[in-house]
Design a protein around this ligand. Sequence first.
Ligand SMILES: Cc1cc2nc3c(=O)[nH]c(=O)nc-3n(C[C@H](O)[C@H](O)[C@H](O)COP(=O)(O)OP(=O)(O)OC[C@H]3O[C@@H](n4cnc5c(N)ncnc54)[C@H](O)[C@@H]3O)c2cc1C
Length: 402
Amino acid sequence: MTHTRTALIVGGGIAGPVTAMALQKAGIDSVVYEAHPTGAGSIGLFLTLGSNGVDALRVLGADKPALAAGFPTPGITLRNGAGKYLGVSRTGQSLPDGTTSQTIKRADLYRVLHEEACRRGVRVEHGKRLVGAEETPDGVRAMFADGSEAAGDLLIGCDGIHSSVRRIIDPAAPAPTYAGLITTGGYARGVQVDTEPGSYEMIFGKRAFFGFAKAPDGEVWWFANVPHRREPARGEVEAISGDEWRRRLLQLYADDAGPAVPLIQATQEMMPMSPIHAIPHLPTWHKGRMVVIGDAAHAPSPTSGQGASLSIEDAIVLAKCLRDLPSPQAAFARFEAARRPRVERIIKAAARINNSKAAGPVARVFRDAMLPMILKMVADSKAHRQTYDYHIDWDPSIPAAA
Ligand SMILES: Cc1cc2nc3c(=O)[nH]c(=O)nc-3n(C[C@H](O)[C@H](O)[C@H](O)COP(=O)(O)OP(=O)(O)OC[C@H]3O[C@@H](n4cnc5c(N)ncnc54)[C@H](O)[C@@H]3O)c2cc1C
């Protein structure tokens, strides 16, 4: 008798639906359990899907809806608070057909991935917040806050940076690390910014960091990263009203060149301010029949522009490991060996950039002097190529040893 393996996927953000599609391609059934009652939630603003993330979605033939919902942003122009040009940082490579990195609203990426998974017959159950999970003699059982349970052969935690599965696998797992920055942003119309559609600019302002991208329809998408040395208590910065944050941001950017002030003024509703966290090193990614992937295992700070892309890559590599190796345990170990060095290298590089976003006056002078040279060196460096040239071949089988 053949036994169809069933995976319980916890979390229906980015890694969740992509894992379900990848497992389907590998011949493994799955169900996605998402805590949010309707969609996967629309928290967050917009993000850059790196060319490596687009390339990974192509393995599943699932890139088109994501490309249609975003716009290409191949590079970022960097300036200081006086408006001085510091250089250009590429956000990816050109794929063989010329496609590059895309900027996309986070809610749109969630929506298109979810819709694509459902179109392929993936079952997504909403309102299912995982509160517990345990191994049984022949599988795994998941318990949800509404009192229901689900059984399967393995459980994949795609439940993001504040993952519950991570704590179930290892109760001593480290808490997310605070990056020293808080963030907000929004969408502004009717402000003339001096850039082309599809351009992305970032400004190391005197007191805070600011980024904006001009969408093809003229709307300007912006975000602010504000240094905040002490880690805010849970809910602390969120509790301060939008009007109060607007007032504070206008002061913070008052002396900077660039359009931060008019963009903030023209934004009807800013995203709630929130602290930036990362998970630079999680010692245990898997135990028995349970594993964490995506942000649940290794959240980079948003500065990397890689969180979504790494989650998508994870999903596909994990599906290959489960397809080719004889047990979940062997597959999870092989998955970790394949993925940990890459993701931790990218997370470390982003943490270094975060420090320069919160630089003091002396570090600022040093940064502005060095950055143009560093950007030129990085543009064609091995690290840059390693990040963006990553390509997953679906067909070759994964050997058991790394
Ligand atoms: C401000 C900001 C800007 C960012 N910018 C970028 C960028 O430019 N480029 C980039 O690539 N990445 C960026 N990221 C990171 C990116 O959003 C994440 O890396 C990515 O969303 C991770 O995907 P994931 O599926 O692992 O987790 P998530 O997308 O967080 O999805 C987790 C899902 O699990 C659900 N869930 C949580 N707990 C439970 C539970 N107990 N039971 C059931 N479901 C649960 C959640 O509701 C959610 O839907 C940014 C993040 C932030 C916060």
